[in-house]
Ligand binder design. Structure first.
Ligand code: GAR
Length: 210
């Protein structure tokens, strides 16, 4: 019996989290998961080059070619079904998708967010903005969160979190890089491995690792 799970990774930018997933798969650390396709919301995302360099199929679904979130979400859902996606990973994917996708992939779709949810999350909190806001607020600890995706932005059940110290001389850029290195690139592949191996149970908006 073939247990392999097709992982489709959604990207919009540089793709360092995609790279962390590719490296984890090469080390045999994605369990029975295999990255089978990368879909970008932007034509010029460097993540597409990373995928192609590693022999992974790529597709581009540009948000601005669709009138609204609903029609974009339906196109994305159809693309994911066409690709036989078992698991969907948002890795720096900057577009919100609605219930047309979230319901079709309930508890099979995860996102990495560069802060400790429920801090600095929700609509408008993405990329460098998250770290700008954390520094403005003066928090001493930030970090990253991997959670299931639901139609409400950054509100799905939390799977893994990792805290990272904020330093006095941090800029948004230095904080972003340290959070990626110390947290995102570790907990995203780990969460995907757990999901591929069927080790995550969701009950009443909480997750438990079996
Ligand atoms: C990462 O820090 C990721 O957590 C964040 O954007 C960056 C993408 O980097 N995602 C969000 O803010 C989503 N709300 P990458 O393209 O190099 O992986």
């Amino acid at each position: 019996m073939n247990n392999t799970k097709n992982i489709v990774v959604l990207v919009s930018g540089g793709g360092t989290n995609l790279q962390a997933l590719i490296d984890a798969e090469k080390r045999g650390e994605l369990g029975c998961g295999k990255i089978s396709c990368v879909i970008s919301s932007k034509e010029d995302a460097y993540a597409l080059t990373r995928a192609a360099d590693n022999g992974i199929k790529t597709r581009v679904l540009v948000r601005k070619n669709y009138d609204n979130i609903a029609s974009y979400s339906i196109a994305m859902r159809d693309a994911l079904i066409e690709e036989n996606a078992d698991i969907v990973v948002y890795a720096g994917f900057m577009t919100i998708l609605d219930e047309n996708v979230c319901d079709a992939f309930e508890n099979r779709m995860v996102n990495v967010h560069p802060a400790l949810i429920p801090s600095f999350c929700g609509k408008g909190y993405y990329g460098l903005h998250v770290h700008e806001e954390a520094l403005k607020k003066g928090v001493k600890v930030s970090g990253a969160t991997v959670h299931f995706v639901t139609a409400e932005c950054d509100a799905g059940p939390i799977i893994l979190q990792k805290a990272v110290e904020v330093l006095d001389d941090d800029t948004p850029e230095t904080l972003q890089l340290r959070i990626m290195q110390e947290a995102e690139w570790k907990i995203l592949p780990k969460a995907v491995q757990l999901l591929c191996d069927g080790k995550i149970v969701v009950e009443n908006n909480r997750t438990y690792i079996k």
